[in-house]
Design a binder for this molecule. Sequence first.
Ligand SMILES: [Zn+2]
Length: 231
Amino acid sequence: MSLKAMAFIDGTWLYRSRELLFAKLGETNGCEIDYANLPHLFSTQVAKHAETDVDLVRTHYFGTIPASRPGYAPLKQESFYDFLEKTCGYETDIAEVPACGDTHLDDSWVKMALSASLMFNAALPGAFDIAILIGDNLCYEPMLGKVRLYGKRIQLVSAHTTEGALPPVSLVGKSHSLDFPTLFLDEYAENVRLVRERVTRVCKNCGATEETTWAGPEFFCSNCRGKHRLK
Ligand SMILES: [Zn+2]
């Protein structure tokens, strides 16, 4: 019998952890995360730890939009969350956090939302057996302890600092609620990085074909893009 897993992603943690991936991969210009593959990558590892088949039933992603911050244009962030939902199949929980002068509010909001959802799903009969928590912070410990009282198991996904150490606020070594060896994002850097396929596409403007890694809905060839820039 296979076990059911649910992934819970702390969006602010994952966003900050990208820097570690860039450092690990030696990518000074940054790189993209393969969000569509990320939860499956870790559920495969959980299956090895649990020594049974693991069915990833849902991925929850928690983030915020500081919509009321003056001068902030939320469009780019909204389309990113849209992409997570429609293309990657995530369940997103995005809160419009009111500005109140507290720079930590976004972070606390995400942690509260994630914890509430994890507890709620743990209380739903048969919703999951294993929670994959993608986000490492000691403040999750009280919640994880309660989740385990429901007989659930916890897989933590953390990340080392750029010096290869554990972050000071890490649950690792301090938590009593982790059931499996911790997985570290940076140790899977090569698999987490999005590798775009080179494909031949037709220019929407002139009909010419060209090789590209661009995956957007509309494609314009390098010639037409050059002309457009000169206008
Ligand atoms: Zn063209």
